[in-house]
Design a protein around this ligand. Structure first.
Ligand code: GUN
Length: 284
């Protein structure tokens, strides 16, 4: 069997088109959906992410307010002050503080200070808590994108065995809860899991979000399984590779996301969807 490719570029374009129409409807009612983006320091990967977010926002009509701060001049207190200003600004619908923050800044305190009603990343404990309760408001963008890709591939998680590899707050944990809410039987594997091959071989759905190139071998995949690869690993050759051995896995899987062009484009699309959702509540 050769797996069907799940095309994240095409699906994200669809999501962005839906968002563009909803943004236009807000603007027609006098509300321009607005995202504040805060970037501290000059981490090159973060700069690229933030640039891409700005570009996508412009394409769908979302206004952005950029706050680029030097690492040296920025303290936890000064960042908390900025977040408080953005919280209080009625024209700001979403606040995104790009992670990672420099080590001298208390990232937990900063994320906690974001008004949960503007937390379009879905990282605030209030939003994560709602997700765990099965009553989500803003869902973290990457796991939300993975769920949409499963849906587009015609995979209903209900009654299936799902394996999430990775337990980060940004991807693994929320992903497990989304799959649980969709009635999958969910296992979370991580760096202390003793037999990853066995766990993978039992799974009807595999979501790999660890950040280790080709950790998941093709021969482990259960025939017909759906494979969602969140990994974005830069190889020495300069090429991007996922957490899954794509060439091996596609011989066995029923459906699989490529890297690049799978989950990656879904994350920014999910962010834009969260911003317009927040703006819609301002429209009333
Ligand atoms: N750093 C890496 N991914 C993300 C993300 O989705 N949101 C934020 N704020 N920072 C990140």
């Amino acid at each position: 069997m050769t797996a069907a490719l799940i095309d994240g570029k095409a699906v994200s374009a669809q999501v962005l088109e839906e968002v563009r129409q909803r943004v236009a409807a807000c603007v027609a009612k006098g509300v321009t959906p607005t995202l504040a983006v805060v970037l501290v320091g000059d981490d090159p990967a973060s700069q690229i992410y933030v640039r891409n977010k700005g570009r996508r926002a412009a394409e769908v009509g979302i206004a952005t307010r950029d706050h680029r701060l030097g690492a040296k001049e920025t303290t936890t207190e000064s960042l908390l002050e900025l977040v408080a200003q953005l919280d209080a600004d009625p024209e700001v619908d979403g606040i995104l503080v790009q992670l990672p923050l420099p080590g001298h800044i208390d990232a937990d305190a900063v994320l906690l200070a974001i008004d949960p009603a503007k937390d379009v990343d879905g990282f605030h404990p209030d939003n994560l808590g709602r997700l765990v309760l099965g009553k989500p408001r803003f869902v973290p963008c990457t796991p939300a994108g993975c769920m949409r890709l499963l849906q587009e591939a015609g995979v209903d998680p209900a009654g299936k065995r799902a394996l999430v590899i990775g337990r980060s707050t940004i991807v693994g944990k929320p992903m497990a809860h989304l799959l649980l809410a969709a009635n999958a039987t969910v296992t979370i594997a991580h760096s202390r899991t003793t037999n990853l091959a066995e766990e993978v071989s039992r799974a009807d759905i595999v979501v790999a979000a660890v950040g280790r190139a080709h950790l998941v071998r093709g021969e482990w995949i259960k025939p017909g399984a759906a494979v969602i690869d969140v990994g974005m690993n830069r190889l020495d050759t300069g090429k991007l590779a996922g957490d899954v051995d794509f060439e091996g896995a596609r011989q066995r899987a029923g459906a699989i996301t490529p890297v690049p062009g799978g989950v990656g484009p879904m994350t920014i699309a999910g962010l834009m969807a969260n911003v317009v959702r927040s703006a819609e509540s301002r429209v009333g």
